[in-house]
Write a protein that binds this ligand. Structure first.
Ligand code: GAR
Length: 176
């Protein structure tokens, strides 16, 4: 299956997928495009090292969301992508992409959805003082971190936990 990974930041989840492919844990899967909205994002360096195809754009250079999403659509088609994984892509997917990709686009989120959606799922759970949090994989719909849940993994928050230690544990769980 030909995957596109959308990312805005570090790209540790993109790398985890690439490693899983390399180690034969995802037979038949390949990353055929990395889409990134931040030209300085570390994910791009990782993609370059792995010799992956990238499409980089800056939203502010387009008049509206549907314009850059139309460009992404073209890129997905050109690369014959079959499934899209949002791995830390910090933009809400609009109707232009959704009408073509809904049902074939999944998102990774660092909380037990529907708890703590949004940009800082780890920090929000930590500050709320909950005893348990985790990670969720779900299909993307028009909402922010909503959409049918595919899988969840949880972990207990230790009384001595710091935000840093929780972030580390969540990322390990995501990469697993
Ligand atoms: C990950 O923790 C991912 O779950 C989160 O962004 C991080 C990206 O890290 N996604 C969201 O918060 C989506 N709402 P990465 O760039 O190292 O993969």
């Amino acid at each position: 299956m030909r995957l596109a990974v959308f990312a805005s930041g570090r790209g540790s989840n993109m790398l985890a997928i690439a490693n899983a492919i390399e180690e034969g844990r995802l037979p038949g899967v390949s990353i055929d495009l990395v889409v990134c909205d931040k030209p300085s994002a570390p994910v791009l360096k990782k993609a370059q090292e792995l010799k992956l195809n990238t499409f980089v754009f800056e939203a502010k250079k387009f008049r509206k969301k549907s314009d850059y999403e139309s460009e992404i659509l073209k890129q997905l088609e050109q690369s014959r992508i079959q499934m899209v994984v949002l791995a830390g892509f910090m933009r809400i997917i609009g109707p232009t992409l959704l009408k073509v990709w809904e049902g074939r686009m999944i998102n990774l989120h660092p909380s037990l959805l529907p708890e703590f959606p949004g940009k800082d799922g780890i920090g929000d759970a930590f500050r709320a003082g909950v005893r348990e949090t985790g990670v969720t994989v779900h299909f993307v719909d028009a909402g922010v971190d909503t959409g049918p849940i595919i899988a969840q993994e949880s972990l207990m928050i230790d009384p001595a936990e710091t935000l840093d230690s929780l972030e580390e544990k969540i990322h390990l769980l995501e990469h697993f």
